[in-house]
Design a protein around this ligand. Structure first.
Ligand code: PTR
Ligand code: PTR
Length: 307
């Protein structure tokens, strides 16, 4: 098995590189009109990372508000494996958009937030501190009170149990906040195993949370979308979601199609997966997963499009 993997790494690296370059050359499949509106520009963390109109998450229009741009947040719905809108991919919230972010979480009934960046990396701010960092602390964002009730620390990530209190309706909800801390500032993790463990944890948590969903939930059986964000919401976010989709498919039917997964994702969140090594990492992580679960034999590795 080891030999096989080495073979794949050596021989196919170039092919995977070319495959990624081709994907990158494809023009975005839609317009970015809402992201570009003058009054929305300040809500984008990066002026070159905009969200497609067709898949953007719209905030509910506030009733006392007739500003038509007030429904904008730099966030996109993305499909998962056999699940539409399994994720919301978004940028790291800006102080100006903290309230919008929490509104989105509330309105979409989000149970899990996955954060794959740290707040500051190499001295640069990558994301605002939009949730209370310490146990027992409560912060107010618009008409929401966000309380950090309990923190669990794991080797590669931190799980904060948050309570969201809507002061307008008097309702309370629990939201799990995962902070993945082991992604290196540049590039990709050396080994995928920490990432695989992390995904497993998130998956189980989402399943458990869906089990205990309010009976008023009328959405899809997979539950509300999982919010995934990094700094821009395209590089690491795209990598995490691609991996999740590929592994779900592998578990289900025993095949993987990284290329199509990323192409499709890009029609919903433009520019998903930012660097070729993030793309390559998806392949390597799938192999690591397959080895771990003894599933390598069912991968059609000799045939394109898988490697
Ligand atoms: N966009 C940066 C530049 O143009 O200098 C380069 C860059 C790209 C920096 C990705 C960081 C990046 O990833 P992350 O925020 O995930 O570390
Ligand atoms: N203009 C930014 C830059 O290149 O620095 C855009 C950018 C930033 C793109 C971060 C990707 C980034 O990485 P991630 O999506 O993983 O946060």
């Amino acid at each position: 098995v080891h030999e096989l993997v080495e073979h794949v790494k050596r021989k196919k690296k170039k092919g995977i590189y070319q495959e990624y370059e081709e994907i990158r050359k494809e023009p975005p499949s839609g317009t970015f009109d809402y992201s570009k509106k003058l009054s929305n520009q300040i809500k984008n963390r990066y002026s070159d990372v905009l969200c497609l109109d067709q898949s953007r998450v719209r905030l509910c229009q506030l009733c006392d508000d007739d500003d038509e741009t007030s429904d904008y947040i730099n966030a996109s719905f993305m499909d998962g494996y056999k699940r539409s809108n399994a994720y919301i991919a978004t940028q790291g919230p800006l102080p100006k958009t903290f309230v919008d972010f929490w509104r989105m979480v509330w309105e979409q009934m989000v149970l899990i937030i996955v954060m794959t960046t740290r707040v500051v990396e190499r001295g640069r701010v990558k994301c605002g501190q939009y949730w209370p960092l310490e146990e027992g602390r409560t912060e107010q964002h618009g008409y929401f009170l966000v309380r950090n009730t309990h923190i669990q620390v794991f080797q590669d990530f931190k799980l904060s149990h948050l309570e969201l209190y809507n002061t307008q309706t008097g309702e309370r909800r629990e939201v799990c906040h995962y902070l993945y801390v082991s992604w290196p500032d540049f590039g990709v993790p050396k080994s995928a195993s920490a990432m695989l463990d992390f995904r497993e944890h998130v998956l189980q948590r989402q399943e458990a949370a869906v089990q205990s969903l309010d009976p008023s939930w009328t959405g899809p059986p997979g539950g509300p979308p999982v919010v995934v964000h990094c700094s821009a919401g395209i590089g690491r976010t795209g990598t995490f979601c691609t991996l999740d989709i590929c592994l779900s498919r592998l578990e289900d039917i025993g095949t993987v199609d990284v290329r199509q997964t990323v192409r499709r994702m890009r029609t919903q969140r433009a520019f998903s997966i930012q660097t070729w090594d993030q793309y390559y990492f998806c392949y390597m992580a799938v192999i690591e997963y397959a080895q771990r679960h003894g599933k390598l034999t069912i991968l059609p590795i000799s045939k394109p499009p898988f490697i």
